[in-house]
Design a protein around this ligand. Structure first.
Ligand SMILES: [Zn+2]
Length: 232
């Protein structure tokens, strides 16, 4: 199982680690700063470097038993199992994903409908809403921007199933219901705006989102509105 440093601090750009396994197209480390694809957020890219060598990581995915696989092109130079390496993410790309991801939470807080899907990209990101109403791009953009400009603090914390069970009022306030039986759940809280289980990487406060707007709205069926956002 790979230790996930990005879950405790999404602002760490690099770390030292030890190689625990090497495959033809992947390097597995004992710990990493690379976010593994999940929850609509792409896996990180970057480099793994060791004693004069370096290999590009082109994607990051979960493997078996909690291992995180740093995907490399076949034929890339590979480190030996047991060697010490330095893992460094493409920070500009990741930071854009963090801005987009946090902005999607704001979109979900503005449009209080059920969310049926979503995807994060560097150019634009989207949520699919279970709704029949039309979406007014200008007013939703303005409401999101107001939440950005108010610079609400963003926090993540772990909570156990027992703590959740003891606080039904907390569960009622969540915009997405937490999974049951996982043992513990990671909660994302945007102060006074949103509370929900989420495993992604977020900003420290909403002000870092910068300028955001609704770029496009697609009607994908009677009860599905696909809302795209973009950053300036
Ligand atoms: Zn999130």
């Amino acid at each position: 199982m790979t230790e996930t440093l990005f879950r405790d601090d999404s602002y760490i750009r690099d770390c030292d680690a030890t190689v625990t396994s090497v495959e033809e197209d992947a390097i597995i480390l004992d710990r990493t700063v690379f976010y593994s694809m999940g929850g609509g957020q792409p896996g990180d890219v970057g480099t793994i470097a060791w004693s004069g060598n370096s290999t590009a990581v082109i994607d990051t995915r979960y493997g078996d038993a909690g291992a995180i696989r740093h995907i490399v092109k076949p034929g890339s130079p590979l480190p030996q199992v047991g060697s010490s390496v330095r893992a460094t993410i493409d920070w500009d790309r990741r930071y854009t994903h963090m801005r987009m991801h946090t902005a999607l939470h704001l979109l979900g807080a503005v449009l209080r409908y059920g969310v049926t899907g979503g995807n994060i990209g560097a150019d634009r990101s989207r949520l699919d809403f279970d709704m029949e109403d039309t979406v007014d791009k200008e007013s939703v953009s303005a409401a999101m921007q107001a939440l950005v400009d108010a610079d609400h603090p963003v926090r993540c914390r772990w909570i156990s199933d027992e703590e959740l069970e003891a606080q039904p009022e907390l569960v009622r306030t969540m915009s997405v219901q937490p999974p049951k039986g996982a043992g513990r759940v990671r909660l994302l809280e945007i102060e006074n705006v949103d509370l929900q289980p989420c495993g992604g990487t977020h900003l420290r406060s909403t002000g870092e989102v910068g300028r955001v707007n609704v770029a496009k709205v697609e009607k994908k069926g009677k009860r599905n509105r696909r809302v795209y956002i973009a950053l300036d």
